[in-house]
Design a protein around this ligand. Structure first.
Ligand SMILES: *[C@@H]1O[C@H](CO)[C@@H](O)[C@H](O)[C@H]1NC(C)=O
Ligand SMILES: *[C@@H]1O[C@H](CO)[C@@H](O)[C@H](O)[C@H]1NC(C)=O
Ligand SMILES: *[C@@H]1O[C@H](CO)[C@@H](O)[C@H](O)[C@H]1NC(C)=O
Ligand SMILES: *[C@@H]1O[C@H](CO)[C@@H](O)[C@H](O)[C@H]1NC(C)=O
Ligand SMILES: *[C@@H]1O[C@H](CO)[C@@H](O)[C@H](O)[C@H]1NC(C)=O
Ligand SMILES: *[C@@H]1O[C@H](CO)[C@@H](O)[C@H](O)[C@H]1NC(C)=O
Length: 727
């Protein structure tokens, strides 16, 4: 008899039991069979420790006497259990919980288990299943139930020791026989069911098998604790089993239980398996193979190599492998290699001429670690990853996992290098927590089904569980998906950490390779990276009003471009080469009417006008509004061009007004080094700027007051970038 009101009351009386301070209950012993200490087993063991279970593991180190199908059979488990129970057969008060371990976690402690077991008023309680197996024909023999699941599951059961002994006493099968079938037959025999006094945990009060039950199960967060709740029966099961095809769902739940959680700071037991490298001398740090992959045209490759150099890890401990599939990047790769080859322990480059496929290049690279017994880690890094954290390698190593990736995502987007879940077809599916993890609202170490772009694998696992695999091939899958599927199928966990900030992923869409310096065109696709490369580091200070100079009345002077921006713009113009005098002669007004032509190339001649406009809008407009309060500009521009001054071509520019409200004039090279002379003079104020600074811009009114001239360049070549701005 179980009146619903009583059950409800019991639920209320079952508080969420917390972490590890529950006293061990000597009346409960947990038995499990595990031949190998897989990561799944260690997770189980850890959850048993957290709740202070008394755990005994049977069969460690034994061979798995199975049929071809690895997981079928299970008779071996009964044999081991039977022999272990001999020692306990007369212990009437002892309760034994038998469970699988590779794909099981505890969600609460022994006190709760014992209480629920006693409430079941049977000597033996088996977990229940939605689906019947292995023999569907037995369905009719199952006793009917009023509520809950009807079928027996052999993955978890609990009972008094003498009764469990009776249960397995008749076992005489082979190691390869089915344990599930054996227990099912005992249960379906009314006589044995009665004498051994067996019931099923129909409503998942103790055992939750996930197979066929995913819709019933939800995580429940409360007071910094988390439980799995069975929504169908309103119960809080204790032993959670990811049986059948639900292993990934168990990995997902295992990210939250048995840990304690607070959303602000993430999990509190994340540091469980830290390795400490901080104390180590440089030459005792682990030997690592780093594989770098440039598989398609990729912007900002020079910065990529600079960050690679800046990784805080001794180069003499790194074998570097670079696969570059793009002709376009040959010179960048070449100059990196020429400059830095001697610093690394070794450096191998596979270029576009080798015509190696992505997967084969990865295979070659990972083999450099696998086949070198001294190699402790393999670090794979795609060129579109902007790894801003120079400690990434060491941080990942310290996490002490077989396979681990740092979270990187597209700036401001949800696109990232991991998946939280898989679809039935094995492709991307969004997990409930995906967005929170990408945006770092939940922080921790996450067991996930797919990682890519940047990850670390232990050499030891490459030489054991993953040894005989063609890791990057699987059916028609891409190399990254093949890798993850192969790793999953070996039962090796893949982790993602977002405990630190690591960096982001570039957008490769819209990257053209038709220019000399293609990164200049990336202001739309990768604005942050564009800024880092091209905008002067002190621009931000200038925007706050610092560092802005006023060399002449109403003429402002501040840093805007990096040297690289100046150099690339000049080189791009010289590469284009269409310098013209007189084509665009309507932009300077002499005495109000006449034209003042210059030797110049306009931004639109190199198809740069949209990018230039974006630059003006994002970087010039805000500072203009700051310096001339009350003035608002959309930085509409009529004209934007680069001017070249040379003594024998056009050394200077006669006094004129600009046909603009404002003018910016950016010096693109260095006086005294690239040229002599030059500068700008404002006639009304008899004020000259004779030593323009490279990368700094002048900002001055165009019409009326600021009648000005370009002073003669006496030697070399001077370049300036000029734009006329109107509201
Ligand atoms: C188990 O024993 C209890 C009494 O101890 C009895 O009420 C119950 O019906 C028995 N269950 C089965 C399945 O025989
Ligand atoms: C690891 O976490 C425990 C709490 O679970 C804490 O007491 C300990 O200080 C942590 N250790 C480190 C190195 O962060
Ligand atoms: C790691 O080792 C260093 C030096 O040996 C020590 O100072 C530091 O506290 C250790 N860190 C952890 C997390 O144990
Ligand atoms: C990958 O590397 C292994 C060596 O470990 C080799 O046997 C295999 O043929 C390679 N696969 C491909 C597709 O090249
Ligand atoms: C930025 O400004 C500071 C302070 O004036 C100066 O010391 C530093 O050299 C500047 N940085 C660059 C890259 O010019
Ligand atoms: C302009 O200034 C220079 C010195 O900077 C001075 O020699 C010259 O006389 C001035 N010219 C006028 C017209 O004031």
């Amino acid at each position: 008899m179980s009146p619903p009101s009583l059950l409800l009351l019991l639920l209320f009386l079952t508080p969420l039991e917390g972490g590890s301070n529950e006293a061990q209950d000597d009346n409960l012993l947990v038995l499990t069979v595990a031949m190998k200490e897989t990561e799944g087993f260690k997770r189980f063991q850890r959850s048993a420790q957290v709740f202070n279970y008394n755990l005994k593991v049977l069969g460690l180190g034994e061979e798995w006497n199975d049929r071809d199908d690895k997981r079928a059979g299970g008779g071996q488990k009964i044999r081991l259990l039977k022999s272990a129970l001999e020692a306990y057969a007369d212990k009437e008060d002892l309760v034994i919980l038998f469970t699988e371990s590779y794909d099981v976690i505890f969600a609460s402690g022994p006190g709760e288990v014992l209480k629920k077991f006693r409430q079941a008023k049977s000597k033996v309680v088996f977990s229940s299943e939605t689906l019947i197996y292995p023999d569907r024909r037995l369905e009719a023999k199952y006793p009917p139930v009023q509520e809950g699941k009807r079928f027996l599951g052999s993955g978890g059961f609990i009972g008094y020791a003498p009764y469990l002994s009776k249960l397995v006493a008749r076992w005489q099968g082979l190691d390869s026989d089915s344990d599930q079938l054996f227990y099912t037959k005992v249960f379906l025999d009314p006589e044995q069911r009665g004498t051994i006094n067996i019931t099923l945990d129909h409503r998942c009060r103790i055992f939750q098998n996930l197979n066929g039950a995913l819709d019933e199960v939800a995580l429940k967060f409360e007071n910094g604790q988390v439980r799995v709740r069975n929504l169908a029966f309103d119960t809080l099961p204790v032993v959670i089993h990811g049986n059948g095809p639900t292993k990934l769902q168990l990995n997902y739940l295992g990210n939250y239980i048995p840990r304690s959680w607070t959303f602000e700071t993430g999990c509190t037991v994340c540091n469980e398996s830290l390795k400490n490298l901080t104390g180590l001398k440089e030459d005792s740090l682990p030997l690592t193979v780093i594989g770098v992959f440039i598989e398609q045209p990729t912007p900002f490759l020079d910065q990529f190599f600079r960050r690679l150099q800046l990784l805080r890890y001794p180069k003499k401990k790194i074998h570097l492998f670079i696969h570059n599939r793009e002709k376009h990047h040959l010179s960048q790769v070449g100059s990196f290699v020429n400059k830095h080859r001697p610093e690394y322990r070794s450096l191998k480059v596979i270029g576009p001429e080798d015509h190696l496929k992505n997967a084969d290049a990865h295979n070659m690279s990972v083999n450099l670690c696998r086949q070198n017994p001294a190699c402790e880690y393999y670090f794979s890094l795609d060129a579109e990853v902007v790894l801003k954290n120079p400690d990434t390698l060491q941080i990942l190593m310290e996490r002490n996992k077989f396979v681990i990736a740092p979270l990187v995502s597209r700036m401001g987007k949800l696109w990232s290098n991991f998946w939280g879940a898989l679809s039935a077809e094995g492709y991307y599916a969004r997990s409930e927590d995906y967005v929170d993890i990408v945006q770092r609202r939940r922080i921790g170490l996450w067991n996930v089904p797919y990682i890519s772009s940047v990850y670390l694998i232990k050499g030891s696992v490459l030489r054991s569980q993953l040894a005989h695999l063609d890791l990057f091939h699987s059916g028609k899958l891409d190399a990254d998906m093949a890798l993850c599927r192969n790793i999953r199928e070996q039962g090796v966990f893949m982790f993602l950490t977002n405990q630190q900030q690591f960096g982001h992923i570039l957008s490769l869409e819209n990257y053209q390779t038709s220019h000399l310096h293609n990164d200049l065109w990336q202001i739309f696709s990768n604005p942050e990276d564009w800024k880092e490369k091209y905008i002067h580091p002190n621009y931000t200070a200038a925007l706050k009003g610092k560092l802005v100079e006023t060399p002449c009345p109403d003429v402002y002077w501040f840093p805007i471009f990096t040297d690289t921006a100046c150099d690339e713009l000049v080189e791009e113009m010289e590469h284009f080469g269409g310098w013209s005098k007189g084509d665009n002669t309507d932009h300077r007004i002499l005495g109000g009417y006449e034209n003042v032509p210059t030797i110049d190339i306009h931004m639109n001649q190199i198809n740069f006008e949209h990018e230039w406009y974006r630059f003006l809008l994002h970087y010039i407009a805000p500072i203009t509004e700051k310096l001339y309060p009350g003035y608002y500009t959309q930085t509409q521009f009529e004209l934007a061009f680069v001017v070249r001054y040379k003594p024998d071509e056009q050394p200077s520019l006669m006094p004129h007004h600009d046909a603009s409200t404002f003018t910016i004039n950016i010096a693109l090279n260095r006086v005294g080094i690239d040229y002599e002379g030059g500068g700008c003079r404002f006639l009304r104020y008899n004020c000259s700027i004779r030593a323009p600074r490279k990368g700094w811009t002048l900002l001055h009114p165009g019409r009326l007051t600021h009648y000005h001239e370009g002073l003669p360049t006496t030697k070399g070549t001077r370049y300036i970038a000029v734009s006329f701005l109107d509201p």
